[in-house]
Write a protein of this length. Structure first.
Length: 418
């Protein structure tokens, strides 16, 4: 039997109502904040991510699904969204639009990772990007979109923030990191020994317990900020406090991509096990210019839908809340006889066009089997129409919840309410 590729998901019909609820909430919240949806290709030039995300990141070195087309171009399935959006902004001249430019996306991405709960090789994200303002109030606004969405969906998520400085102050911090970790080089994992040479900031993001213990005593980014970055971070904290959004400062947050500057943040949920980061993002003021666009600052985040689903389910289980379900038919038309079948298919079509969820038999079941099926699919009413009843313009209507029956005119079926 052919099975789905390792690390991919089948989202079954019983699951899709919750996913649709999340997407509806995303569209409602983003519209209130003035964000417009953008869509971009499933695959891009690999160079986009090598330059934008960073050649030393795990994404570029280990996780991209790459391929060569017939013209010899190296392409890859999109591993993240920010670089895709920036490429589109540059290519389509969206930087000429009034600023700030606010965009969001809801789509799937691909990374060759070890599958586990809340992490898969094909994964889904809601992300948004804001361009054209360097103000800390913009950072707080982006963060507040995620906070509003979590609250709307009933998810408990804790906000952690940090600042990793800018190109002016980061060299001094990098120097302090190298000096500290060089004195503990033999204790580092093999990956972090390499990171010490290429990107020491990434050591702070290592999940190894030994490296983690070393990071606890490592120099902190917020202790090495230049005056401008320090002021920006203070303004961010003040804006979050003005919004009533609680936060904690976590100097270990650096995020896994090279393009971040100044603000970085994560939302943590305790309801989804080891993969507790359900949303992460930050500021990337040099990325647009790095990809041959104008000197346009930006900030955004990516929110994992699979992890969000896990958190919503856990919250629903703890509080005894029912999860969204597919709509059940209000009425089931059960025909008996050739003419009644013809009437039923026409009648159910009229009901659906009038906005009523309706079903009828299209398999040739017996009346007894039809009534069992109507009950199984959760129909509230069943209307039995035989050829004799049809000639009189009447049918037998049964309330499947109460078991009550009555004779009504067929034309009255369109008037049935919940």
């Amino acid at each position: 039997m052919i099975q789905k590729p390792k690390g991919t998901l089948d989202i079954l019909p019983s699951e899709t109502p919750l996913w649709q609820t999340i997407e509806d909430a995303v569209r409602e919240v983003t519209s209130k904040y003035g964000f417009a949806e953008i869509k971009f290709p499933t695959f891009e030039q690999s160079a986009l991510f090598k330059r934008g995300v960073g050649g030393t990141t795990d994404i570029v070195q280990k996780e991209m699904f790459t391929m060569d087309d017939r013209d010899g171009n190296e392409l890859c399935l999109r591993p993240e969204g920010t670089a895709c959006v920036v490429r589109s902004v540059i290519e389509n001249g969206l930087y000429n639009e009034p600023m700030p430019l606010k965009l969001y996306y809801f789509t799937n991405f691909f990374r060759y990772e070890k599958p586990q709960a809340g992490r898969s090789r094909e994964f889904f994200q809601f992300g948004l990007e804001m361009f054209g303002t360097s103000k800390a109030s913009a950072d707080a606004t982006v963060i507040s979109v995620a906070d509003t969405l979590f609250k709307k969906l009933g998810v408990n998520a804790r906000l952690n923030i940090n600042s990793i400085g800018c190109p002016n102050c980061r060299p001094n911090y990098h120097k302090a990191l190298v000096e500290y970790f060089s004195s503990h080089e033999e204790e580092l994992c093999d990956t972090c020994k390499e990171r010490l040479k290429t990107n020491p900031l990434r050591i702070l993001d290592c999940k190894s317990p030994i490296c983690g213990a070393l990071c606890d005593n490592a120099p902190k980014t917020i202790e090495h900020l230049c005056p401008e970055c320090d002021e920006h971070f203070e303004e961010l904290k003040g804006a979050l406090e003005a919004m009533g959004i609680e936060y904690s400062i976590n100097p270990r947050i650096v995020r896994g991509l090279d393009y971040y500057t100044r603000t970085v943040f994560e939302f943590i949920s305790d309801d989804i096990g080891a993969q507790s980061t359900v949303c992460g993002g930050g500021r990337y003021d040099g990325l647009v210019k790095e990809l041959d666009g104008p000197d346009l600052c930006g900030i955004g985040f990516g929110l994992g839908i699979t992890r969000l689903v896990l958190a919503i389910k856990k919250n629903a289980q703890d509080k005894g809340i029912s999860l969204p379900e597919n709509e059940k038919p209000l009425i089931y038309i059960a025909p008996m006889g050739k003419e009644a079948e013809k009437c039923a298919i026409g009648l159910v079509h009229k009901l659906r066009c009038a906005g009523v969820a309706a079903e009828c038999d299209i398999t040739g079941r017996s009346l007894k089997a039809q009534m069992k099926y109507a009950d199984k699919i959760g129909a509230k009413y069943a209307a039995v129409i035989g050829d004799n009843e049809l000639s009189e313009g009447k049918c037998e209507l049964k309330d499947l919840r109460l078991g009550e029956k009555k004779t009504v005119a067929i034309e009255e079926l369109a008037l049935i309410k919940e």
